[in-house]
Ligand binder design. Structure first.
Ligand SMILES: Cc1ncc(COP(=O)(O)O)c(C=O)c1O
Length: 282
């Protein structure tokens, strides 16, 4: 049995029901977060809750719960699932109302939290990717459930036999369909900046920047041109569920000359150590 939280109740996920008029269902009018827990502790909780609150405010959905409320729900789900390692999914939609584009008044947000077993602690992985044109909307900084453009791009990448789409807009790298991007050139790390609201401010992205700097390697947030991908020594993808993954083949060409990805391995190990010390109990 998997237990989830829906609007104040803990339920078997098969019993959890929402209205067909829920605006999350009808319009994708909702925001979400994904976090991981290990041995009962949660990683990056404050960063994820900060982003959730910012996103709720950006899309003008009233915040449905206090920090302590979120902590209580997550702690309870972790304890119900006997502290197995989990990925935890939080979704808040604007609520259910007769279908109309205009925001409804006096509607309570729908609050849903579910979890799935999560195999963390990955070995350093290498994956193939393709570049695709980033045709998403202009507010990719908001973590909304309106993900159809990302799904189409991810699916196109998978159909080409690859793991992830590295997205490019007007000649500049933005991010992956479900990850942030880093490049390494001559022992210097760069990642696309948060300017222009063109990418999600990934929790892992921020922590990887910190970890890179903490080992004395320069890490710059700036505009990254598409052609820099072609001559990069290493390319990495980052996300909460996959940590840091190296790209070994991009558009059917090898990335870099040293297929051991030395800096990627070093940062993977440093991040793993940082994470192990920062799964905080609730
Ligand atoms: C589009 C996109 N960019 C970046 C990320 C990585 O964000 P985080 O490190 O907060 O998981 C995700 C995660 O799902 C994503 O969907």
């Amino acid at each position: 049995m998997t237990t989830c939280f829906l609007n104040g109740n803990y339920l078997d996920i098969k019993e959890a029901k929402i209205s067909v008029l829920d605006r999350g269902f009808i319009f994708g009018d909702a925001v979400y977060e994904v976090l991981v827990s290990q041995d009962g502790g949660i990683f990056g909780l404050n960063d994820h809750l900060n982003r959730l609150e910012k996103n709720l405010s950006e899309v003008m959905i009233p915040s449905p719960m206090s920090r302590d409320g979120w902590r209580e729900v997550l702690a309870k789900l972790i304890s119900i699932h006997e502290k197995v390692n989990l990925s935890l999914y939080i979704q808040v939609s604007r609520g259910a109302a007769p279908r109309a584009h205009a925001f409804p008044h006096d509607v309570k947000p729908t609050v849903f939290v579910m979890c799935q077993p999560h195999v963390g602690d990955h070995e350093f992985r290498q994956v193939k990717c393709v570049t695709l044109e980033d045709n998403r909307w202009g507010r990719c900084d908001i973590k909304t459930t309106s993900l159809l453009p990302n799904l189409l791009l991810k699916n196109a990448a998978i159909e080409k036999g690859t793991y992830e789409a590295i997205l490019v807009r007007d000649g500049y790298v933005t991010e992956g369909a479900s990850s942030n991007i880093f490049i390494v050139k001559d022992s210097r790390v760069s990642t696309p900046s948060l300017n222009h609201k063109a990418i999600l401010p990934g929790v892992t992205r921020k922590l990887i920047c910190d970890v890179v700097r903490s080992v004395g390697v320069p890490c710059t947030e700036r505009e990254v041109r598409r052609d820099e991908l072609l001559c990069a020594d290493e390319i990495w993808l980052t996300s909460s569920t996959s940590d840091i993954v190296a790209v070994n083949i991009l558009d059917q060409m090898s990335v870099g000359n040293d297929f051991r990805y030395p800096l990627g391995r070093r940062i993977h190990k440093a991040f793993k150590d940082y994470k192990a010390d920062n799964f905080l109990g609730l």
